[in-house]
Design a protein around this ligand. Sequence first.
Ligand code: NAI
Ligand code: MG
Length: 358
Amino acid sequence: MTHKIAVLPGDGIGPEITEQAQRVLGALGLDLEMTVAPVGGAAYDLHGHPLPPETLSLAQRSDAVLFGAVGDWKYDSLERHLRPEQAILGLRRAMGLFANLRPAILYPQLANASTLKPEVVSGLDILIVRELTGDIYFGQPRGVRTVEEGNFAGERQGFDTMHYAESEVRRIAHVGFQAAQKRQKRLCSVDKSNVLETSQFWRDIMIDVAREYPDVELSHMYVDNAAMQLVRAPKEFDVIVTGNLFGDILSDEAAMLTGSIGMLPSASLNASQQGLYEPSHGSAPDIAGQNKANPLATILSAAMLLRYSLNAEDQAKRIEAAVASVLEQGLRTGDIYEDGCQLLSTSAMGDAVLKALR
Ligand code: NAI
Ligand code: MG
């Protein structure tokens, strides 16, 4: 069966890093049909819009999207709806991408990149599963109103609404449990159920869904404690599943534990196993077009694509092993360079991964 992959390089460093990931995917001997289309600033230049209908429909018809990055400075003065970043929001909405998976992996060879002590983070390998389309970010009503009665009567008040529907919690729970099944089979659900009704509801549903996954050990943690444990002993986690607001904060915290933004992949999935895979970093306008960017986050995103959308776990592991081997050989792009290592360009790093794959 041919798998259809939409390749959307974007702007900034997007085209350089995506090209390397595409080469890696092409070298696996799989039956992949990769189609490239413009997105973000590149699409604005060609079509006057960051997410042209042809690009969107290509993405929707594909099994998975490999996305580079968008948001070069030269588009900063555009109106909001034409800005490159709108393309990501548009793709998320149109494809129903509700589950954001962000691994925080610190290869032992890069332990010095972190601001934390090497023994705390070396070998870190955790996964944060963040719900992406619900919670207080989208709840209605929201706004500013004048308070009618009580202590603050007559004052203006800003307000948002936090809610989760049962189906929303169930579907992200399944993503969390299934991700844990592919790893160490430990899932930690993070909430604030000592204070929030939404969180107590979330927790009850997690416990219910857990019955379908007897092989996965479910635990619960309050979000404030989770934030502390992530810096105290992050290696004690395997998979964390949480809502949109808590996940936004914890996933950035977890990413920073590794200190190497050029190494972190991500996936955004929908209910039919379609996914958009992209590096966690942005378009790095400061180094765009210089063949300097680290392509490994994008190459590792391609590994996630194989794992989650194509069920090709073995091939995903092959890519991850090739990346580890390249680091073991002391090969580095500038962002992860240390004394005694060999400095490589973007394309030379792609070459090195290809060589390690064989
Ligand atoms: P950024 O991640 O693009 O860059 C932050 C710093 O990290 C820069 O110094 C950059 O050179 C470096 N860096 C990032 N990726 C790298 C890589 N692969 N190799 C080597 N160095 C790398 O974040 P920033 O500067 O906040 O945003 C730049 C633009 O990217 C903005 O317009 C922003 O909106 C956009 N952005 C896009 C995202 C996406 O496409 N999903 C995500 C985040 C930001
Ligand atoms: Mg954030």
